[in-house]
Design a protein around this ligand. Structure first.
Ligand SMILES: Nc1ncnc2c1ncn2[C@@H]1O[C@H](COP(=O)(O)OP(=O)(O)OP(=O)(O)O)[C@@H](O)[C@H]1O
Length: 237
């Protein structure tokens, strides 16, 4: 594992063990350079640099409180960095105004949170609809059942989300990503609240998205999830 480890002190997480797919997809989507972030006197990371390619799954690890979620939030333009730049498709997203940030989150980004971030008082299908409403007219929306089949929820589109178990809700969140087809997926402890089987479904669906050309960052404490990724970036170590 050590040869695929990079640290925030080591500055650059150059992919040393890219999987075949990542090599094939190859092209760099995200170039993070010299990222620095503090809250008050507390420095989370300093001069952190890494590249992320289409097709690559990058595990983001570090002790609790080391700033993994904060880094994901910075990559998702939900939070700002103190210093450094994050180029996505060559554009520095740290300089985005509110309008550009919203468009970036709508068109490029897929977020997978531990708390699922679903509309609980709506059906599974309505939740998938919401994900696509702003980006695709109804006649260009895919057959949701294919995505639901993929996550083991085939034929259940009319069920209310609040009636689902935690694992099922996370699988709805996954289906939402699958139909949205973002270029960049940021997953924050996506298996944290799940049993092994549901965890495996999440990891394999993320892998499939990477194989389709998506770049995936997974913040995790789970060794199996780390092992399933192509590369590892450690913060705060
Ligand atoms: N808006 C904020 N204002 C002040 N401090 C914050 C803010 N957001 C996060 N922090 C602090 O920054 C540190 C890093 O938080 P973060 O959630 O990014 O860590 P993490 O590595 O994801 O932790 P965990 O593994 O426990 O989820 C924590 O000490 C947290 O309390």
């Amino acid at each position: 594992m050590s040869d695929k480890t990079s640290t925030s002190r080591g500055l650059t997480a150059m992919p040393s063990q890219l999987g075949e797919t990542a090599r094939a997809k190859g092209s760099v989507l995200v170039e993070a350079r010299g990222l620095t972030k503090s809250f008050g006197v507390r420095a989370l990371w300093k001069e952190l640099s890494f590249d992320l390619s289409r097709g690559q799954m990058l595990a983001l690890t570090g002790p609790s409180g080391s700033g993994k979620s904060t880094l994901l939030n910075c990559l998702g333009v939900l939070e700002s960095v103190d210093d450094g730049e994050i180029l996505v498709n060559g554009q520095d997203i740290t300089r985005f105004g509110r309008h550009q940030a919203r468009r970036f989150r709508r068109d490029i980004l897929g977020y997978l949170f531990q708390n699922y971030a679903l509309i609980e008082n709506a059906t599974i299908a309505q939740n998938l609809d919401v994900a696509l409403a702003a980006i695709r007219p109804w006649w260009r929306r895919p057959d949701y059942n294919e995505a639901l089949e993929r996550v083991g929820l085939g034929g259940r589109g009319k069920e209310m989300v609040f009636r689902l178990s935690g694992g099922e809700q996370q699988r709805v969140a996954l289906a939402r990503l699958i139909v949205k087809q973002p270029s960049l997926v940021l997953a924050d402890e996506p298996t944290g609240a799940l049993d092994e089987e549901n965890g495996r479904v999440v990891v394999s669906a993320l892998r499939e998205m990477a194989q389709a050309g998506c770049a995936v960052v997974v913040a995790t404490h789970n060794k199996d999830v780390v092992a399933a990724c192509d590369d590892l970036l450690s913060v705060g170590t």
